[in-house]
Design a protein around this ligand. Structure first.
Ligand code: MTE
Length: 324
């Protein structure tokens, strides 16, 4: 099977974005798929063979290109249809297959990201600024949901560190807080009183500066669809998927550990660090294995989701059970 070199993939979202970002937003998504992370009820437990009862991986129609791209471990990328039809995006709904149709027409342009807090150069970036200022590159990452499923996703984006270098964190900055869009009129899930909106997340500054930490603007060479967090979302591949906040509107450098959405919802079950760790079970299920969307069996979960070499130094001497 031949791999498609990144250079041959048309960076469609980049030229579209530079010229007419708004007009093309909202590419239609099709096909129906599965569901994802951080569910309070009925998680896809590894102990249950009937996991994903309502939703089964797509067996047919996988994009040919997807099958030909692999991550650095040789695992095939999931298809565009899988990635765009099996989503966790509680602002719309907790039904993973229901996100894409509900989010389809969500307006993601114009869009700005305000970056401030403990920085020397607070800056408000438009999406056009972001796409012209930061070269977009392809990163094929595994995404492991805390619920026990995973995908391989060919993102387009740029290292968060590049944006942080521009705003220059001061010496007092120790953490980065991400705030995502608050729009209850257009996001039906935000009318639910169950959760604390907007969805917020955080990283330690050294985690944020790690080269793996990505701000994604596209996937498969196309601009992100709303269901995947258009127009810009975080991707932290060694952490459970809930850390990878979608549709970011504000980034603040702060001196104290930020709160995060799932920890606020259930601090006994979800922590700040959320590093993928097969040895630390979720209180209600094991994290030792996972189901790759599109596969039938389960596969072992890798420490730090397979990125141990790149990130283990960040946690030297830390108790990873206590700091879950
Ligand atoms: N970001 C926001 N704003 N809202 C969400 O509900 N869900 C998270 C994360 N980012 C979520 C979010 C979870 S639990 C996962 S697993 C990933 O998004 C899923 O990303 P994907 O749908 O693009 O695969």
């Amino acid at each position: 099977m031949q791999k498609i070199p990144s250079s041959e993939i048309t960076p469609e979202h980049i030229y579209l974005n530079r010229r007419q970002f708004m007009k093309t937003a909202g590419v239609a998504a099709s096909a129906a798929l599965l569901a994802a992370c951080g569910v309070k009820t009925s998680p896809e437990t590894p102990t249950s063979d009937a996991s994903g009862s309502a939703a089964e991986p797509m067996e047919e129609g996988a994009e040919v290109a997807g099958q030909e791209m692999t991550d650095e471990l040789g695992d095939a990328a999931n298809s565009f249809e899988e990635i765009t039809n099996y989503n966790n995006y509680y602002e719309f709904t907790f039904d993973k297959e229901g996100v894409a149709p509900l989010a389809e027409d969500y307006p993601t342009s114009p869009w700005e990201v305000e970056v401030g807090g403990l920085v020397n150069n607070p800056t408000t970036f438009t999406m056009e600024d972001i796409l012209s200022q930061f070269d977009q590159e392809e990163r094929i990452y595994r995404l492991r949901c805390v619920e026990g499923w995973s995908m391989v996703i060919p993102w387009e984006g740029f290292a968060l560190s590049k944006l942080l270098d521009v705003v220059e964190p001061t010496s007092a900055a120790q953490f980065v807080q991400f705030q995502t869009v608050l729009d209850p009129e257009n996001m039906p899930g935000q009318n639910s009183g169950w959760y604390s909106w907007p969805y917020i997340e955080g990283l330690r500054l050294d985690e944020a500066m790690n080269d793996l930490t990505l701000l994604a603007t596209g996937l498969y060479g196309k601009q992100l669809l709303p269901q995947n967090g258009a127009p810009i979302r975080l991707v932290v591949p060694w952490k459970y998927g809930f850390k990878s906040a979608k549709s970011i509107v504000r980034i603040d450098l702060v001196d104290a550990m930020p709160e995060n959405f799932w920890k606020i919802a259930n601090p006994r079950e979800y922590g700040f660090y959320a590093n993928v760790n097969p040895e630390v079970p979720h209180p209600r299920w094991s994290q030792a294995s996972e189901r790759r969307i599109g596969e039938l069996g389960r596969r072992p979960t890798l420490m730090f989701n397979g990125y141990e070499e790149e990130v283990a130094y960040l946690y030297e001497g830390m108790n990873l059970r206590a700091n879950f």
